[in-house]
Design a binder for this molecule. Structure first.
Ligand code: FRU
Length: 524
């Protein structure tokens, strides 16, 4: 993931160059190819969400960004703002790799705070080149840095880096030390957690503390990967929610564990408490955050009305090969409201999505045996609510499926087997042309006879919230947006309730560029 940018471009010009570039080229992207209520890269490449915060009356979301190509490159921070977490306006690139401590591989992931003095503070990982390793490969040095700004322009702090190897416990890697998540405690002092890697190649989450946000001390090893889930734990985030301490991380190199985790880059939620004396995190239970295929690098924020809201990159390093033809790649998930109930993390789309619903179509007690499509139940930008139950409990249905993003040739399916309490999301027939993982199964152990689904489609993605958000499956769909049919199937007799809404798209078209009819011919 390491490249140098800009040839001879003087460091000082890199922000301007990136700003000029996105200004010049992003306007030609046709809004019809964009998702409607998910934030995509303005142009070029996007990965992790960064600096998710509320500042001066608006939500700010930054992201790992390489504007010049649709592949990962030296990292910038892209920037967007929103009033409702669904409709985003782009602002100019906020950070470019233009200092000796960050111009190796760029400005890696981090977080943001609205400071009591009115400034917006960004805390990010600077990645500098650090010579060559004995095997000839490039070595990198990762340190934690600050930038302060007004919501549009940001100045890097002259005392950067503020956390470097001098504060690392012995034996920790200086090359894998990243993704600070910063917060202010009740007494006004600062804390941050940062991902580190120990000598044996396993992740540790390190806690640092500061009186003023500028001068930092090591606090403690907040959590260790001693449960051996993957190797490095990227993008840590921790907070208290519903009386429980939550730790979210994105482990690399995971191994499958039943249907809970699959190989590769995944996500992990640990629920527990903080030790009263040491402040260390004590895990009591664990779960995947998402059971789909395209979900990574979560980050949360506290909204002004007290909601803990999580967003993630709606991609995964293992599935980026699915690529695309456009001049942008990568988008965020829907922001999701979190809660903890009965020892599990629950997720729901932010309630703002309900305000964007239009054109309600509803059917109650629909008898289903075999295949069925329902008048008005179709679309690729929709919020679809379903409940499925057996019509006769003594003779339960054997399998229920819904096909969506469907045309004569393609479809994506979600199937449920009540006897096995098993869901399967499958994009095998979605038009995928690369040999990447295309299906995933997910257990529904608490199934009580009624399956409750909320399916949000936004052109090229699907997010499925099962049983009130107890489990969520997120996946990208490459199928042409004109494939908008929906078909239900049941093997055995089932009964369905269906409620479908279109998601309002008008304001999106206005914000994100030209409508199809305004599009220049390819040659212009
Ligand atoms: C996670 C990640 C982070 C890093 C960033 C680099 O996807 O690898 O750990 O800061 O991406 O773009």
């Amino acid at each position: 993931m390491v490249s140098a940018i800009g040839g001879d471009t003087a460091r000082g010009d890199r922000l301007k160059r990136a700003r000029d570039y996105e200004e010049r080229f992003s306007g030609s992207i046709v809004s019809g190819e964009r998702p409607c209520v998910h934030l995509p890269a303005r142009i070029g490449w996007m990965n992790d969400p960064n600096g998710f915060s509320y500042y001066r009356g608006r939500y700010h979301l930054f992201y790992q960004y390489y504007p010049f190509e649709t592949k990962w490159g030296s990292m910038h921070w892209g920037h967007a703002v929103s009033d409702d977490l669904l409709h985003w306006d782009y602002l100019p690139v906020a950070l470019a790799p233009d200092k000796p401590y960050d111009d190796g591989a760029g400005c890696f992931s981090g977080s943001a705070l609205a400071l009591p003095d009115g400034r917006h503070m960004l805390m990010y990982t600077g990645v500098a080149a650090a010579g060559r390793k004995p095997d000839g490969t490039l070595a990198m040095r990762q340190t934690q840095c600050l930038a302060f700004g007004d919501g549009i322009d940001y100045e890097k702090y002259e005392g950067n880096p503020v956390i470097d190897e001098a504060l690392l416990p012995e034996g920790m890697s200086t090359e894998h030390f990243r993704d600070p998540k910063v917060w202010i405690e009740g007494d006004g002092t600062f804390r941050c957690v940062v991902a580190g890697l120990d000598e044996s190649g396993f992740g540790q989450i390190l806690l640092f503390k500061s009186e003023d946000g500028l001068h930092w001390d090591f606090g403690c090893v907040f959590a260790r990967n001693d449960m051996q889930i993957g190797t490095m734990w990227e993008c840590p985030d921790t907070f208290e929610l519903d009386g429980v301490q939550v730790l979210l991380v994105s482990p690399q190199n995971m191994l499958p564990e039943g249907d809970e985790f699959i190989s590769g880059n995944g996500t992990l939620c640990l629920l527990g408490h903080r030790d009263g004396e040491t402040g260390e995190f004590v895990a009591e239970s664990r779960q995947a955050i998402d059971y789909g295929l395209d979900f990574y690098a979560t980050q949360t924020m506290l909204s002004p009305d007290g909601r803990r809201i999580m967003i993630a990159w709606m991609q995964n390093w293992d599935s980026i090969a699915m690529g695309g033809e456009q001049s942008w790649f990568g988008q965020m998930t829907l922001p999701r409201e979190l809660s903890v109930r009965d020892g599990r993390l629950y997720q729901q789309p932010v309630r703002e999505l309900e305000k964007a619903r239009r054109n309600r179509v509803a059917y109650g007690d629909v008898d289903l045996e075999g295949a069925l499509s329902l008048e008005g139940v179709s679309g690729r930008v929709i919020d679809l609510l379903l409940t499925v139950r057996s019509s006769d409990e003594s003779e339960p249905y054997r399998e229920f499926s819904i096909w969506f993003a469907q045309d004569e040739r393609f479809h994506t399916s979600l199937s449920f087997w009540p006897a096995e309490r098993m869901l399967k999301l499958n994009r095998k027939h979605s038009g995928l042309r690369r040999a990447i993982v295309y299906h995933r199964t997910c257990a529904v152990p608490d199934f009580d006879g009624t399956l409750d689904l909320r399916i949000v489609l936004d052109r090229c993605s699907v997010e499925i919230f099962v049983d009130g958000g107890e489990r969520v499956l997120t996946m990208m769909i490459p199928t042409d947006h004109s494939a908008d049919r929906i078909t239900f199937f049941s093997d055995g007799r089932a009964v369905l309730d269906v409620e479908k809404y279109d998601i309002e798209t008008d304001s999106v078209q206005r914000r994100w560029g030209k409508r199809k009819e305004e599009q220049c011919p390819k040659s212009c």
